[in-house]
Ligand binder design. Structure first.
Ligand SMILES: Nc1ncnc2c1ncn2[C@@H]1O[C@H](COP(=O)(O)OP(=O)(O)OP(=O)(O)O)[C@@H](O)[C@H]1O
Length: 782
């Protein structure tokens, strides 16, 4: 049934009608026997809240900004800028295109203009975003002769060596990324003494991007940065920009290791938006694993919706999760349109990462002037693009985090005119939940950006880097919480404690072996065997699951197939190929509790946070067509991997199960189904991918003596996800129960309780039992 959520009271009816009329057009094109629109919400237009330019701001900078089109700054921009100018670390966490850049540009340009002996550092998670922000600052500084001395400049892997020398001694505002800061700047900080001594501001843009193991590494890189700056007498102010998440100030403070004030009241205006939540129907003729029903693929559904929107003349961007999916969507849409209007079919393009900046600019311009009407893209167009004000955005498959969803959705909405956003659910419990619970997307976020800079596996190597940069004092070691980790490293001869601090052993060179995006432990190199090109690295412990022979591996939207995984030499050889299927490895897992960190009883339920040892073995993989149809299952013989990590655990009693009406023979299936769905739903409360976590359920666990469900972080030492599940267990398990109950399939399908990773062939699974179990658990917790 279709219901309306939200209110249209504040919107102008004529504005609203455009998003709504687009939605009606899409509904007209929907077969009469289907009812895919689960909900829609009319989000009212937001009126701008403006502020005066502050008196501390340089009139030159204000003039440059005014001339660039900012007539009146918005209130949140000035509040954040003024806090930073007054010396406070600040995070501005507001919507897409809400002008977060001005919040850091104003204080930094003012300072750099007024005091020629100052410098600033800008960090972006992606090159495209860094280039985009640098271009914006260059335009501002080029406009005013008095700002020319600011000399903003990029410093990254592409910077030629003759330019690097110049940058180190002359640049005043450097645009780089955390990887380069780690390896290229902090490691050789003595050459950067001039820059550090004068460092007044550090910008951390799109900081919600730094999550999990990558985020934990970046958190430690930023602590090292503060330490080195202090060594040269500088104490820079941090200005962070974030998508809207739960408690951004706490996440930012954990990221930089210092207090941080949050600015979250968004004063930027936007037009009204209609958000539609769409669930493709279950198909009659396509069968998944164990004969389970499968939904029509997001690619087919998105292509049809996009074609209808383009016929209406709506400028539309469709986000698809893989490059192949984006290309298929563009092709299918064009084919559908050829029958109606061949000219329209020419105005569609597919877009992926890896294009040159000039190509991106051309695309932005073509979309802006209307010569291009529709683009199907991977998330490459999520950050670092100046595309806003589109008529419609189609999000084909929830992109994993609410922050990404809004980043994508936020590209729609011309000021003063309505727009449409359609989220199409794919076969996944989180998607099922979201299209049936609009409040989870549209109300206050519960998703928090999670990092764990105390993870010993991340902390150890980072401490070696810190100590090499500058010997660590005992006080610092305590402050980092690294005493035990360093003691262990000292026993291994990597570091020595002397009278004047902790010194790295001379033969150890830690920087090169820390790959801040690559994960923990030994890194497996992923190499294109045909071109010899190194594509990236993966954690050795996780390689059997993602890089086994035959695996389809997606790197920046490009598809490769793995020819060979050599764990001994830590290399995976791949070749470019775009098969019609994806692969998903299946593993069997054992779990043992090493230590109980906390435990609480709620009647017949106990909830714990535990340190665990997980032994898992990849036993094969499944090949699945884009339609969702399972092609086959291939066996593999891979070594057992051991993981020491953290898990959230709940146990129930026989009494609870009996009261819930679950007889003994159904207990394993109920626990197993509840565990699968819980893994799928954890990303609702913590920014992680389903692939970052794993689970084990058993009707009798030797360490608890009870029916038990574990959900663990899939990274050595943990990445904070299980901790977040533990904190939000009631929200999380309630959503898990609802996602299962909401799915209209009979006995379970990939949209609710089937897991693509299950090493037991998704058997046994008991959908009704899982709903009963979770309802009983939630009642005890509540
Ligand atoms: N006060 C203002 N009035 C009008 N336009 C503004 C104002 N502030 C910023 N803008 C414009 O809004 C656009 C978006 O700004 P910006 O890129 O800083 O937003 P953002 O919040 O960083 O976006 P994203 O979420 O994509 O990172 C830019 O074109 C910018 O010039």
């Amino acid at each position: 049934m279709t219901t309306q959520f939200g209110s249209s009271d504040h919107g102008d009816a004529s504005d609203l009608s455009y998003g709504r009329s687009l939605l009606n057009r899409v509904l007209v094109g929907t077969p009469a026997d289907e009812d895919p629109l689960k909900h829609f919400a009319d989000l009212p237009a937001r009126i701008a809240q403006v502020a005066e330019w502050p008196t501390w701001a340089s009139p030159t900078v204000v003039r440059a900004m005014t001339e660039s089109g900012v007539r009146e700054p918005w209130a949140h921009q000035i509040r954040a800028a003024s806090l930073a100018a007054a010396g406070h670390n600040v995070v501005v966490s507001t919507g897409t295109a809400s002008g977060k850049s001005l919040a850091y540009q104003l204080p930094i340009l003012t300072t750099l203009q007024q005091d020629p002996l100052t410098t600033a550092l800008y960090l972006a998670p992606t090159k495209a975003l860094g280039a985009d922000q640098l271009r914006a600052v260059e335009e501002l500084t080029a406009a005013e002769p008095e700002l020319r001395g600011v000399s903003p400049v990029a410093y990254d892997g592409d910077t030629p060596s003759e330019v690097r020398q110049w940058v180190r001694t002359n640049a005043r505002w450097i645009f780089t990324n955390p990887d380069m800061l780690h390896i290229g700047i902090l490691q050789s900080h003595t050459r950067w003494a001039h820059f550090f001594r004068r460092l007044r501001y550090v910008v951390v843009d799109e900081c919600h991007y730094y999550r999990g193991v990558f985020g934990s590494n970046v958190a430690l890189v930023l602590r090292r940065l503060r330490r080195i700056a202090a060594r040269y007498g500088a104490e820079p102010v941090f200005i962070l920009a974030s998508a809207t998440t739960a408690n951004p100030a706490a996440a930012a403070a954990r990221l930089i290791g210092a207090p941080c004030i949050g600015v979250t009241d968004d004063g930027s205006p936007h037009g009204p938006r209609t958000v539609a939540l769409w669930e493709p129907p279950l198909l009659e003729h396509v069968k998944g694993e164990n004969g389970a029903p499968v939904r029509r693929s997001v690619v087919s559904e998105a292509s049809r919706i996009m074609a209808d929107l383009l016929v209406e003349g709506a400028r539309t961007l469709t986000f698809v999760r893989s490059r192949r999916g984006a290309e298929l969507t563009a092709m299918t849409t064009a084919r559908l349109l050829t029958e109606v209007d061949p000219e329209l079919a020419q105005r569609i393009a597919a877009y992926r990462a890896g294009y040159l900046p000039e190509d991106r600019r051309k695309l932005e311009a073509a979309l802006a002037d209307g010569s291009l009407l529709g683009v199907a893209t991977t998330n490459a167009l999520e950050l670092g693009v100046d595309i806003a004000g589109l008529d419609a955005v189609v999000v084909a498959g929830f992109p994993g985090t609410r922050a990404s969803f809004w980043q994508q959705a936020g590209r729609s909405g011309r000021r003063g005119q309505g727009s449409l956003v359609v989220l199409i659910a794919r076969d996944d419990p989180l998607d099922t939940y979201l299209v049936n619970h609009p409040e989870a997307l549209l109300s206050k976020p519960v998703e928090a950006t999670v990092t764990d800079p105390t993870n010993p596996y991340v902390l150890g190597p980072q401490m070696l880097c810190a100590a090499l940069e500058l010997p660590l004092t005992d006080d610092e070691v305590h402050e980092f919480g690294a005493w035990d980790v360093l003691t262990e490293l000292a026993e291994q001869g990597m570091i020595r404690r002397r009278n004047h601090g902790w010194f790295v052993a001379s033969e150890v060179s830690p920087h090169g072996s820390v790959s801040i995006r690559g994960g923990i432990g030994t890194a497996v190199a992923i190499v294109d065997g045909e071109s010899g090109r190194m594509l990236g690295t993966a954690e050795a412990g996780r390689a059997p699951g993602t890089l086994h022979t035959g695996a389809v591996y997606i790197h920046q939207g490009e598809t490769f197939v793995v020819d060979d995984l050599d764990l001994e030499h830590a290399v995976a050889l791949v070749h470019p190929e775009e098969p019609a299927w994806t692969t998903m490895s299946r593993e069997v897992t054992d779990i043992a509790i090493d230590e109980v960190l906390s435990e609480d009883g709620y009647g017949e339920v106990r909830v714990s946070l535990v340190r665990v040892e997980v032994n898992s073995q990849v036993v094969g993989y499944l090949r699945k067509m884009l339609s969702g149809q399972v092609l086959d299952s291939v066996d593999l013989d891979m070594p057992v991997q051991t993981l020491h990590t953290r898990a959230v655990l709940y146990t129930v009693t026989a009494k609870l199960l009996a009261a819930a009406g679950i007889p003994d023979d159904r207990v394993p299936g109920a626990l197993h189904a509840a565990e699968h769905a819980a893994i799928g739903l954890l990303p609702l409360v913590a920014t992680c991918d389903r692939g970052d976590i794993g689970g084990v359920s058993t009707a009798l666990h030797p360490d608890t003596g009870l029916p038990s469900v574990f959900v663990y972080d899939g990274h050595q030492g943990g990445a904070g996800f299980a901790d977040r599940g533990h904190e939000e267990i009631l929200t999380w398990l309630t959503a898990t129960r609802d996602a299962i109950a909401d799915c209209e399939c009979g006995a379970g399908c990939p949209s609710c309780i089937q897991s693509p990773k299950c090493g037991n062939g998704n058997h046994p699974l008991d959908k009704d039992g899982a709903v009963r179990l979770l309802s009983a658990v939630v009642a005890e917790l509540g």
